[in-house]
Ligand binder design. Structure first.
Ligand SMILES: [Ca+2]
Length: 243
């Protein structure tokens, strides 16, 4: 009987501790550009964000941004088909790998989590936005850049972390009243988020001119992660089971 109770508890916490994946893409499964374009919407179809079939982080493919000379080029988005939000108990995580081939001030490429009044990209007013990547003005352009548009700290900001020529893992954790920005799993900056808003799409690429560096994004994950307390309990239960 006791074993059954422990098993039920473990199953319960496994349920709590399993991340709820909202969107995930390693860009590895696309046979060609058309296959990726069938999954994402290109904001500017005449100058699309490009599938790179020669380079990736954990595999051989990624999404690649060259050096667009004009605005309104190279940006794509994915609507989640649902509204999501994060809390302290269950943060909403946006994570991806990014690579640069040159460290130069003029790079403008990033990934954004957006929330519109309606059901997805450009459906009514833009209510909130968080970004990670690189921008070229109003920040220390030697560093990684981040952005939020709501709350008392709205605007672009510079990370503590420098840009790198190695693949970097960038992570945003949207919690109840804060957003945490991480580089390679290390907390870099914490900002106060605006009011309660739900999020409905992910946007890849700035759509802006971006001279000097090529940028690749890979291994994108948007998910709601379990609270650390649940993970700790799960670990404890696993220990009890082992004993
Ligand atoms: Ca990949």
């Amino acid at each position: 009987m006791r074993k059954l109770v422990v098993l039920a508890l473990v199953m319960g916490f496994v349920g709590v501790a399993s991340a709820q994946v909202i969107w995930a893409d390693d860009f590895d499964g696309y046979a060609d550009q058309a296959a990726m374009d069938a999954v994402y919407t290109q904001a500017y179809p005449a100058a699309p964000a490009l599938l790179d079939q020669t380079k990736g982080f954990s595999d051989g493919q990624s999404v690649h941004f060259g050096q667009p000379t004009v605005n309104y080029t190279e940006k794509m988005y994915k609507n989640f088909g649902q509204e999501v939000d994060g809390t302290d108990a269950a943060p909403l995580k946006v994570e991806f790998m990014v690579d640069l081939d040159t460290i130069i001030w003029s790079t403008r490429q990033y990934i954004e989590l957006r929330g519109y009044l309606g059901a997805g990209y450009a459906d009514g007013a833009l209510e909130d936005l968080f970004a990670q990547g690189f921008t070229s003005s109003g920040v220390d352009t030697a560093k990684v850049s981040g952005r939020l548009i709501g709350g008392p700290e709205a605007g672009w900001f510079s990370y503590n972390a420098d840009k790198s020529l190695d693949w970097m893992k960038l992570t945003m954790l949207v919690k109840s009243t804060t957003v945490e920005y991480y580089v390679n799993d290390v907390l870099d900056t914490t900002k106060t988020r605006g009011g309660a808003v739900t999020y409905d799409c992910i946007v890849i690429g700035s759509g802006l001119s971006s001279a000097g560096a090529d940028v690749w994004f890979d291994d994108l994950v948007v998910e709601i992660i379990p609270e650390p307390a649940s993970l700790m309990l799960l670990g404890l239960l696993a220990l009890i089971r082992r004993r």
